[in-house]
Every structure is written in structure tokens, then in C-alpha cells.
Design a binder for this molecule. Structure first.
Ligand code: AMP
Length: 211
């Protein structure tokens, strides 16, 4: 039985904002934050997408592979949405979903874990925003803001992308963005919404996946 630790809009009172004022140099704060994350679970929200071969299989394999990481527990899986590609070359439609995970990875370790799942599913990076077996992005991590060269949280294009926001709202209905906006308010800003169609709940929690 998975414990319902997360509640909408939950914020950790002692959450460390990586851009917040502090007497400590950035490196020491990052080290302290990594240490904290090693023994405390945090909730993070990931966006997954696939637009080649058997897209549902790739999404399920990615959810299972994430959960197989001993520092990640998949806690909720959204519906699956078929979405029109945004940017990049001409390519087939995506299937997208979002997952809520409880994790003991710090943000940068979590990015590495997501990239390991992409590598395991043999994602080949050829063209930016081109077709891919699987894409795993960190959309939100707790209530933190991260601004590093290789990792920005919230995901830098989250609030421009209905295909990321709509499934995210399912697994994080009351979550507040670091700028104070709700996710539905961010979605309303990019209305009218086109090219995002719910197709069902074919991707399961790892323990419920049919064998
Ligand atoms: P993409 O090819 O669109 O999946 O982008 C992957 C690149 O985006 C990687 O080099 C990451 O370092 C970078 N990146 C920055 N912020 C994030 C994030 N929140 N989640 C995933 N990748 C990110």
C-alpha cells in the first residue's frame, strides 16, 4: 500500500530554495541540499512523451524503469494524451503523460536518473525536438526553483506547453508554481488549447501493470 504522503499544494516548511537568500555559498548550500535529499523523500513531477514505434509500451517501460530506481517511487500516473508535435521537424503525434514520484534523489541526481531511463529505452538524440522513443523531463521538484546551465526547474517550457500542463494538473491538482500561480491559471494563459486529446488510462502504476 502506497502512503498518500502528498497532498495538493503541500509545501515543505523547510524546503530549500536554491535561488533564495542565504549566508552560505552556493556550493555548500547545494551539498547540504543533496545530503538532505538523500534521507528525505520529496515529491517531483515528471513529464513523459513518446512518438515512435509502440508509444504506449515505451511509456509503460519508462514508468516501470523509473520505479525500479531505488530512490524513486512512482506515486501517481496521469491519463495518456495524444498531442501534436510542437516545434522541431515534421513528425508523428506524441503520447504524453505525467507522473508524480516520491524521490530521495536531489534534483540533479533525479535528472541523471531520468536520462538513464531515456538511455535504457535507447533514446537517440538526433534533431532537437525531433522524434524520440522516450523523453523524460522534470517538470517540478517539490516547491523548488533550480536555475543551472543543465537543469532548470520548473521546466523552462512548462508554462508554454499544454501537452505538459494538462497531464501535470491531473497528478498535481493543487500545486502552486514557484511564482505563486496555480497550474490551471498557467494553462488558462495559453488558451485556447488545441492538439491535446485524452486517449485513456492505458499506462499503469508499476505494481498494477498487467504481466
Ligand atoms: P530535451 O532534449 O528536450 O529532452 O532536453 C534535454 C536537455 O535539457 C538536457 O541536456 C538537460 O540538461 C536539459 N534540461 C534543463 N532543464 C531540464 C528539466 N527540468 N528536465 C529535463 N531536462 C532539462
Amino acid at each position: 500500500m502506497r502512503s498518500p504522503l502528498w497532498s495538493p499544494g503541500a509545501r515543505s516548511p523547510d524546503a530549500v530554495r536554491e535561488d533564495g537568500p542565504s549566508a552560505f555559498p552556493q556550493a555548500r548550500r547545494a551539498a547540504a541540499s543533496n545530503l538532505l535529499a538523500m534521507w528525505r523523500e520529496r515529491f517531483a513531477f515528471l513529464g513523459l512523451g513518446s512518438n515512435v514505434e509502440d508509444r504506449l509500451d515505451h511509456l509503460q517501460d519508462a514508468v516501470d524503469a523509473l520505479n525500479a530506481d531505488r530512490r524513486i517511487r512512482v506515486d501517481a500516473v496521469s491519463s495518456v494524451y495524444e498531442t501534436e508535435p510542437v516545434g522541431g521537424p515534421q513528425q508523428g503525434p506524441f503520447l504524453n503523460l505525467a507522473v508524480r514520484v516520491a524521490t530521495r534523489h536531489a534534483p540533479r541526481q533525479l535528472l541523471r536518473a531520468c536520462q538513464a531511463v531515456e538511455a535504457k529505452l535507447e533514446r537517440v538524440r538526433t534533431v532537437r525536438w525531433g522524434p524520440r522513443t522516450i523523453d523524460v523531463d522534470i517538470l517540478l521538484y517539490d516547491d523548488r526553483t533550480v536555475r543551472r546551465r543543465r537543469l532548470q526547474i520548473p521546466h523552462p517550457r512548462l508554462t508554454e506547453r499544454a501537452f505538459a500542463l494538462i497531464p501535470l494538473i491531473e497528478v498535481a491538482p493543487g500545486q502552486i508554481l514557484p511564482d505563486g500561480r496555480s497550474l490551471p491559471a498557467a494553462l488558462a494563459k495559453i488558451a485556447p488549447i488545441e492538439g491535446v486529446t485524452m486517449v485513456g488510462t492505458q499506462v499503469h502504476m508499476p505494481s498494477q501493470a498487467p504481466s
